[in-house]
Write a protein of this length. Structure first.
Length: 185
C-alpha cells in the first residue's frame, strides 16, 4: 500500500477515534445528534474509497433513527458501530498501539531446536491485492480476505483459495502465509 494512502487511512482513523471520544456514554447522554452520525458515515465512505475495502457494514443505519426525535440516534448503537470500525482498523493496520510501533505484530516461530525466529510483517492482504496485476489473482485475494474477516471462517473455502494461490504464484503464496498466521486460524 502506498505510504500516502496509508497516511490518509490513518488520518481517517484518527478522525473516527476522535469522534468516539466526543460521544458521551449512554449513562451520560442517551442520544447522538444526526450531524455526528452523518460525519461518521461520510468518513466510512471516504475510508472505503481510499482503501478499496467496503466498510459500509459499519455505518449507522437510518433504521436506527429515533422515532420520537428524528434528528437523533441512540448513543449505544452509534458507539458500538464506531468502536467496531476503530477496532478493525487497529487490528488491520496496527494503529493505536501504546508503544507507538505502527507495524504489524511479530510472528514468532519455534523450530525443533527451540530457536526463535521473529518475522516483522508490515503488509496486509490489501497491499497484495494492490500489487497483483492479474485480475483473477485480485479476485482470489479478495475472496480470501473476505473469508478471513468472518467470525465463522470456512476452512474449506480458505484452503481452496490457498491452493489456487499456490498454483498461481509460489511467491504470492509465501507472502500470504504470514498474514494468515496473524489471523490465528
Amino acid at each position: 500500500m502506498a505510504e500516502i494512502q496509508l497516511a490518509r487511512i490513518k488520518s481517517i482513523y484518527g478522525d473516527i477515534k476522535g469522534l468516539l471520544s466526543q460521544i458521551p456514554t449512554v449513562e451520560i447522554q442517551k442520544f447522538v445528534k444526526d450531524f455526528t452520525v452523518r460525519t461518521f458515515n461520510d468518513a466510512l465512505d471516504e475510508l472505503t474509497r481510499i482503501s478499496n475495502t467496503d466498510y459500509s457494514r459499519y455505518k449507522v443505519p437510518e433504521s436506527e433513527r429515533n422515532r420520537t426525535w428524528p434528528d437523533k440516534f441512540e448513543s449505544v448503537v452509534v458507539r458500538a458501530q464506531v468502536g467496531r470500525v476503530i477496532s478493525r482498523l487497529e487490528e488491520e493496520f496496527g494503529f493505536g498501539r501504546e508503544n507507538g510501533d505502527q507495524q504489524s505484530p511479530n510472528i514468532v516461530i519455534f523450530n525443533k531446536n527451540q530457536n526463535e525466529i521473529s518475522l516483522q510483517i508490515n503488509y496486509t492482504i490489501n497491499d497484495l491485492i494492490d500489487k497483483t496485476t492479474d485480475e483473477e489473482g485480485k479476485v482470489k485475494l479478495r475472496e480470501l480476505k473476505d473469508e478471513l474477516e468472518k467470525s465463522d471462517k470456512n476452512w474449506e473455502r480458505i484452503k481452496t483459495v490457498l491452493i489456487w494461490i499456490l498454483n498461481f504464484s509460489k511467491d504470492l503464496f509465501l507472502e500470504i502465509i504470514p498474514i494468515i498466521l496473524q489471523k490465528k486460524l
